[in-house]
Structures are given as structure tokens and as C-alpha cells.
Design a protein around this ligand. Structure first.
Ligand SMILES: NC(=O)c1ccc[n+]([C@@H]2O[C@H](COP(=O)([O-])OP(=O)(O)OC[C@H]3O[C@@H](n4cnc5c(N)ncnc54)[C@H](O)[C@@H]3O)[C@@H](O)[C@H]2O)c1
Length: 359
């Protein structure tokens, strides 16, 4: 029997609550399939750890994680620890250190999920954003000069490499070709005269390798407008680290809310473990209330199933989430219900089990 070893970093705030529900689903799928299993190892890293140890994870944290098949992450960040520390010293270290250069963020309006847009059909919101995840605006390069003086100045450098741009674009084109979809590049070459001119140039070069794939290009401001006015024009979207981060929160807003937005950080070559997480943060405003919606975390578990080659189960889990959304009996407050995080998880688990029984 194949056993997948998963490192669990539940993190802060609502992280542990939503992750527990995703684990429940993965265990149910594996148990009912019977040919594989999961072994979860929990690491107490995050802001609480930082306040005790002075660091977000131990010095040999990456060596420890390297031995796992995947990482399942809740959320990090909590009042008391500056956000740039919690993000940069854990999440970004993992994404960069394990060369998880592809961030796959589906923006799909599931059946039964609320949508704030008027005159948009459910089928019109069905895209996947392929966000560059290893460099760009989040490279961490820059300098802080003349600190504390009237001449103070900061430089935040975006780093775009040919290798980095080519590989993320090829990933997007390969996906689009496999699924018979178009690719849309989102950039901002009118204002960013080095990085985004370069990005556009490479997009044109790579698109020539895929003559059968339809392409579109938008400036990020126009893309944001179209996300709201006409989301049906997007299928596979490829964009930079910063633009992808912002656009996918907008994507979450049009597709059911933060509690329904998942993301996979992939190292496609599988040299290092990939990491699966809901895209939302630790939501300190609702932490400890049981109001967190675990569906994003369950969705990211379904992405993990996809990545391990169980696409049929990945889809089954999404279908089970849809069952719960359509039934409307066990919804979290964010979606207008009053079910607790674990009750939503139980409801999805029940639907998964029912669907697996009738396979
Ligand atoms: N991947 C990550 O670990 C990650 C991502 C974003 C933010 N953060 C961190 O999280 C902390 C809070 O950030 P924020 O408030 O800007 O973003 P957030 O995503 O935590 O919360 C934004 C809003 O969405 C709501 N929300 C989020 N997830 C929800 C869920 N599952 N169910 C119901 N409602 C949900 C919250 O209650 C809040 O009102 C900060 O410390 C930030 O740095 C971490």
C-alpha cells in the first residue's frame, strides 16, 4: 500500500481549524479507496513558535520538510508578529527554497456558491490563475538607505529572469493545450518599463511554441475590471507574483468568498515537496469562534489528490463541496449559514463517503 507522508503546518488563527477538516477528507478518501494512505506529521511552526523561539521555524526546518511528499499548510500571521516576518520567514522560504514556482489558483464558481456579480452565469466564472511564485515583485531584493533621515529612500526590486518567465508561461500553455483552453497574460508594460516589457516579450516568444493555443493579453488594471464585468473571457491566466496575488483575492470575491479559494504551490519536477493551502490568511477577526469556512482548505486537499495522480478523487471532493453548497444545510456564517467549521467538514465528509460508495 502506498503511503503519502504529509508535513502539516497548521499555523495560526483559523489555520488549525480549517486544516483539520481537510485532513478528515483526505483520510476518508484514502480509507475508502483502500490502496493508499496518508501519514500526517504535525509541526507547531508559526507565530506562537516565533514568540517563544524567535523564529518562525527551526533552523533545520527545510531539511525536515524535504523528506515529505507534500506540505499541507493552514495560514500564518497573527497580531504581535509583523506580517512581513511571518510571511517571509516561513511561507516564502518554503515556496522559494523548494522551487515551488507554480501557484495554481482556481477561480471557479461552484454550484450553490454565492456570487456578488449581476448578469453573470455560473459557467462564466471558471478559470485558473497560474501565478509566478518564485521571483518577480516578491523577490525580497532591495535596499533601505539613509534610514531615519529626511533623505530616507527605499528600493524594492522586482526580479524577472528569462528562466523564471519561460517556465511559468510554458506551464500555463501546457495546461491550456491539455484542456483545450485559451491563455491570457496579465502584465503592465506601459508603466513597468523593464520587468513587464520583458514579460510581454517572453510571452510572445513562448506563444509561438503553441500555435494552437488562443492567446489574450491585458494590463492588470483592465484585467481587474474584466474579472468583474466579464469574467467569462478568462480561462488560463498567467501572471506575475504580485498581480496574481491581488487578482486571485478578487477572484475569490466573485467566486464565493475567501472561504472557497484554494491554492497549490507546485514544484512540477517533483524534486522537492509541493505545498497545498487555502489562499486566505489566519483571519484573526474570527479565530476561535468556529466561524471559519473549511471549504478552501478542503479544496486545496483536492489539489493534493490531483497532484498525486488521483484526479478522479480530486474532482469527487469538489463535487462533494458542491453538494453541501447546494443543500445549504451546513454552511458557515460567511455563506449565510450558522454551521461551525467542523460541522461543515463533517457534511463534506458525508458527501465524499456517499459519492465514493456509489462510484
Ligand atoms: N497564506 C497565508 O498564510 C496568508 C495569506 C494571507 C494573509 N495572511 C496573514 O493572515 C493575517 C490576516 O490577514 P487578513 O485579515 O488580511 O486576511 P484573511 O484572509 O486572514 O482575512 C480576510 C477576511 O476574510 C475572512 N476570512 C478569511 N478566511 C476565511 C474563512 N476560511 N472563512 C470565513 N471567512 C474567512 C476574515 O474573517 C477576514 O474578514 C495577517 O497576519 C496576514 O499576513 C496569511
Amino acid at each position: 500500500m502506498k503511503t503519502y507522508r504529509i508535513a502539516v503546518i497548521a499555523g495560526d488563527g483559523i489555520g488549525p481549524d480549517v486544516l483539520a477538516e481537510g485532513i478528515k477528507i483526505l483520510e476518508t478518501v484514502a480509507r475508502m479507496d483502500g490502496t493508499f494512505s496518508f501519514e500526517f506529521t504535525h509541526f507547531p511552526w508559526g507565530c506562537e513558535y516565533y514568540l517563544k523561539e524567535g523564529r518562525m521555524m527551526p533552523e533545520d526546518g527545510m531539511d525536515i520538510l524535504k523528506q515529505f511528499d507534500a506540505i499541507y499548510l493552514g495560514a500564518v500571521g497573527f497580531p504581535g508578529v509583523p506580517d512581513h516576518i511571518s510571511l517571509r520567514e516561513l511561507l516564502l522560504v518554503i515556496r522559494k527554497g523548494f522551487d515551488e514556482y507554480v501557484n495554481v489558483r482556481p477561480v471557479k464558481l461552484l454550484k450553490g456558491a454565492p456570487c456578488p456579480l449581476a448578469n453573470v452565469k455560473r459557467e462564466d466564472i471558471d478559470m485558473v490563475v497560474i501565478r509566478e511564485n518564485s521571483e518577480g515583485e516578491y523577490s525580497g531584493e532591495g535596499e533601505w538607505l539613509n534610514k531615519g533621515t529626511p533623505e530616507e529612500v527605499v528600493h524594492q526590486t522586482g526580479v524577472f529572469t528569462r528562466k523564471g518567465c519561460e517556465r511559468i508561461m510554458r506551464y500555463a500553455f501546457d495546461l491550456a493545450r491539455k484542456e483545450g483552453k485559451s491563455v491570457t497574460s496579465v502584465s503592465k508594460a506601459n508603466a513597468l518599463n523593464y520587468s513587464m516589457v520583458f514579460w510581454d516579450q517572453i510571452f510572445h516568444e513562448i506563444s509561438k511554441e503553441y500555435p494552437e493555443v488562443e492567446t489574450h493579453e491585458y494590463l492588470v488594471d483592465a484585467a481587474a475590471c474584466h474579472f468583474v464585468r466579464d469574467p467569462g473571457r478568462f480561462q488560463v491566466v498567467v501572471t506575475s507574483n504580485l498581480f496574481g496575488d491581488i487578482l486571485t483575492d478578487l477572484g475569490a470575491a466573485i467566486a464565493g468568498g475567501m472561504g472557497l479559494a484554494a491554492g497549490a504551490n507546485l514544484n512540477p519536477e517533483r524534486k522537492y515537496p509541493s505545498m497545498f493551502e487555502p489562499i486566505h490568511g489566519s483571519a484573526p477577526d474570527i479565530a476561535g469562534t468556529g466561524a471559519a469556512n473549511p471549504m478552501a482548505s478542503i479544496w486545496s486537499a483536492s489539489q493534493m489528490l490531483d497532484f498525486f495522480g488521483y484526479e478522479n478523487y480530486g474532482k469527487l471532493v469538489i463535487d462533494a463541496i458542491e453538494d453541501v453548497l447546494v443543500e445549504k444545510k451546513h454552511l458557515s456564517p460567511e455563506l449565510g449559514g450558522n454551521a461551525k467549521t467542523n460541522e461543515v467538514g463533517d457534511a463534506v465528509q458525508e458527501k465524499v463517503a456517499a459519492r465514493m460508495q456509489h462510484r
